[in-house]
Design a protein around this ligand. Structure first.
Ligand code: ATP
Ligand code: MG
Length: 298
């Protein structure tokens, strides 16, 4: 049920990896808050914008039902929700990539085991909390594997004999290493994003959303911005775009005399490490170049 509200509501993770940085980003965007007694709400003191503190898994649902207009959540959670939503339902959209909470959803296998390339997963079992994203990647790559859905502690599934591989979030890789696992391939590069409800807003709220987005973008300086340039087969564009930590849609240019190829220029936020470049190369990208961005004006 949607209650008519004048004030904008932003859903933020209550505690966890994104909680603190999400709130400090809103503060850097000029918002100040006073906490409710039950600490589930932060009332905006200087703008008509309140914060709802929730579990990250609840954020896409809150946006879909219209209880919140905006949310800060990992792209992984948003993308999974989009793939598993009932057909015909409008999913929340990613408004801004926020440049923190970076991680990747990766396939991982047991150290010293028989599996060395993803194709060997055909006919095997893969444990994950992200069945939608995994099923999509397996279909694109023509691999038929059984998906074992687990809500947590995915990394111990191989040792328990529940699965032959896992598909889980990785940042440093320390959790994988502690469980004698290593990464095979990343299927999604993720970071925290500002997501928007699919419901249309009245003009006053729409104006608040635009204002908040502009302030957040202003607060994220060009610090950490990178321009990634590469060439690739045109057919690989969608798969490549999914792996880019992009701030906005990449520019795609035709190449003289090479109708099946494109040049891509993408403004990226956060780290673009060797692993990123290797994952892109595996998709057919070549001539990869990462440039620091000195100055930007939108
Ligand atoms: P909640 O109690 O809100 O449900 P959670 O345990 O599901 O929390 P966290 O572990 O706090 O979630 O992770 C939140 C988000 O942080 C993830 O969805 C992901 O986008 C990002 N993240 C960054 N690095 C990692 C990592 N190494 N492992 C898991 N998530 C990571
Ligand atoms: Mg969660």
């Amino acid at each position: 049920m949607t209650i008519a509200r004048d004030r904008l509501r932003v859903a933020v993770q209550k505690s966890g990896r994104l909680a603190e940085t999400s709130l400090s980003l809103l503060r850097r965007a000029g918002l100040s808050f006073r906490a409710s007694r039950d600490r589930l709400f932060l009332y905006g003191e200087n703008l008509p914008i309140d914060v709802l503190l929730v579990r990250d898994d609840d954020i896409p649902g809150l946006l879909m039902e219209g209880s919140c207009e905006l949310g800060i959540v990992g792209r992984n959670v948003l993308a999974e929700q989009r793939l598993t939503a009932l057909p015909g339902t409008d999913a929340p959209a990613e408004r801004l990539a926020l440049g923190f909470g970076g991680c990747r959803l990766s396939l991982a296998v047991t150290d010293g085991g028989p599996i060395t390339v993803p194709a060997q997963l055909d006919g095997l079992r893969i444990a994950t909390s992200y069945p939608g994203l995994l099923a999509d990647w397996l279909a694109v790559n023509g691999i038929r594997a059984e998906i074992v859905v687990l809500s947590g502690s995915v990394e111990i599934a191989p040792r328990l004999g529940k699965a032959d591989a896992i598909c889980d979030l990785v940042s440093s890789g320390a959790t994988l290493a502690a469980n004698q696992l290593h990464e095979l391939v990343a299927i999604l590069h993720s970071e925290a994003v500002l997501a928007a409800s699919p419901h249309p807003l009245g003009s006053a709220k729409a104006e608040q959303v635009e204002r908040l987005c502009a302030r957040i973008e202003g607060a994220q300086s060009s610090d950490g911005a990178r321009l990634l340039m590469l060439q690739a087969p045109r057919a690989a564009l969608a798969a490549i775009t999914r792996l880019l930590p992009v701030r906005e849609s990449p520019s795609v240019l035709s190449l003289d005399g090479l109708p099946d190829d494109i040049a891509v220029q993408a403004l990226c936020s956060g780290a673009l490490d060797w692993q990123h470049l290797e994952d892109l190369k595996r998709l057919g990208a070549r001539g990869l170049m990462v440039l620091n961005v000195e100055r930007m004006l939108a």
